[in-house]
Ligand binder design. Structure first.
Ligand code: PXG
Length: 456
């Protein structure tokens, strides 16, 4: 197959993230050229239903003129100014207030960053700095979970629990510990979901006691693990985590880079799972992915300590609160309110998605289990679902399925042997039907491929 000019330029000069670049260069990257609603098109004119909303972010769908227009207007008015030296600007101030209007509890103080990874670095520095202000600098251990994703900077990599990432670019940031993940279908054995949730949460207490309660700054967790495969914790998990954090006076941080802005059919996953965090990190859906922007919403406890402490917080980014990104994020929040995106999800679209997915994809012989909430789902592909037997590790069933999807008009992401869906929140019922129909067809093709390869 001959490569297009774009593919050749790309192969010649572009180092892709999380990619085996040498292997990709040989076949050429798929070139995506435009998007509209829940669809994108590639260079060959193939229309793809984007079941991943880009990378979990294009929540309002592609082609939103209002977002493009506010960006252009802001670029003409003030394309850049910083928020460092006792200055601010209208988009940053307005956006801080708008974010505070949708965050739960007392998370009313907003620190801006450019990406989710930067927001996580802010979390690491701010939680440690808080305890230093409080006269306890030794409280600097952060606890997170195995198979968590918290970004790809050295801070995000260290806090995340992805083994493959830890191996590259080490040594990592010190004083970060990990506990087991609450993946009931994969690791729950004979335990009930509720029992397993408690066991996994109590791993936090064990870790706190192991390292010493007075050395721990914070626990950080995604309400549901997104990049880890859409691992949704049992109902008992978060209340127990909350109880343990309170007992030992440990800050609780919800990393809502994926869950925030409607993904779980509430503004924030913390509401869905009953978490009362001291901080929330957010990005992606904040601007519907149209421009890079992220933030950490900080509750009164930490914010007041920072405000009352008469000294600079020596932290920030050139693009903290970037005016054009902030204007687009502000418009995104306005559209979400005006179009009642969250209400529509709660009342209509999320229940429809869940039901349809279970009645179609869930019945497929390859699909052992579906984890889903709101408009996000993870499906475990199994060799023998009745006996819960997984595919052998040398057969990458997820990649086989992902390729069939891509070649047949559907974007579905694979994490190991789990297939992931996280479509734009504006998806219609008819588009959900189309998504499920395509997914079943591609699963049929996957089954045939697995048989042909002798993996079944
Ligand atoms: N926290 C969470 C929970 C995330 O999902 C980040 C932090 C980092 O955000 P930035 O903006 O720095 O990428 C993320 C990002 C995947 C995938 O393959 C997921 C993410 C990023 C890239 C790929 O599922 N999540």
């Amino acid at each position: 197959m001959s490569q297009s000019d774009i593919q050749k330029q790309d192969a010649g000069h572009h180092l892709h993230p999380f990619t085996n670049t040498g292997a990709l260069n040989k076949k050429g990257a798929r070139v995506i050229t435009r998007g509209e609603g829940v669809y994108v098109w590639d260079e060959d004119g193939q229309k793809l239903l984007d079941g991943m909303a880009g990378l979990w972010c294009v929540n309002l769908g592609y082609g939103r003129k209002e977002l493009a227009e506010v960006a252009a207007a802001q670029m003409n008015e003030l394309p850049y100014y910083n928020t460092f030296f006792q200055t601010t600007h209208t988009p940053a101030a307005k956006l801080a207030e708008a974010i505070a209007s949708v965050t739960p509890g007392d998370l009313n103080h907003i620190f801006f960053a450019g990406s989710g990874s930067e927001a996580i670095d802010t979390v690491i520095r701010l939680t440690r700095h808080y305890w230093a202000i409080k006269g306890k600098p030794y409280r600097n251990i952060l606890i997170a979970r195995e198979n968590a994703y918290h970004g790809s900077t050295i801070g995000g990599t260290s806090l995340g629990g992805m083994g493959g990432m830890h191996k590259q670019g080490a040594p990592l940031v010190p004083n970060i510990e990990h506990i087991r993940q609450p993946y009931w279908y994969g690791e729950g054995g004979d335990m009930s979901e509720d029992e397993f949730g408690l066991v996994c949460a109590r791993a936090l207490e064990d870790k706190i006691l192991e390292v010493g309660p007075d050395n721990v700054a914070a626990f950080v967790g995604e309400p549901l693990q997104g990049a880890g495969g859409v691992i949704i914790p049992p109902a008992t998990y978060w209340p127990e985590i909350q109880r343990i954090c309170k007992k030992y006076d440990i800050l609780l941080v919800a990393d809502e880079v994926i869950c925030g802005y409607g993904r779980t059919a509430n503004w924030f996953g913390s509401e869905t799972f009953g978490i009362e965090p001291d901080m929330i990190s957010m990005a992606k859906g904040l601007s519907s992915g149209y421009l890079p922007i992220a933030a950490v919403a900080v509750g009164d406890r930490v914010a007041n300590a920072l405000i009352e402490h008469d000294d600079d917080f020596n932290h920030g980014y050139t693009y903290s609160g970037h005016p054009v990104s902030a204007a687009v994020a502000l418009k995104t929040i306005e559209i979400m309110k005006e179009e009642k995106i969250v209400e529509r999800l709660q009342e209509e679209i999320a229940p429809y998605f869940q039901k349809k997915l279970r009645e179609t994809v869930g019945q497929h012989p390859l699909v052992g289990h579906i984890d889903s909430v709101g408009l996000v789902a993870g499906m475990a592909l199994m060799k023998d679902k009745a006996n819960k037997e997984a595919f052998p590790s040398d057969y990458d069933i997820g990649m086989v399925c992902r390729d069939h999807c891509f070649n047949n008009g559907l974007i579905m992401r694979a994490t190991g042997s789990r297939m992931i869906l996280s479509p734009p929140l504006v998806i219609s019922k008819a588009e959900i039907d189309e998504l499920c129909e395509k997914a079943v067809y591609c699963l049929d093709l996957t089954l045939e491929s697995a048989k042909a390869a002798g993996a079944l």
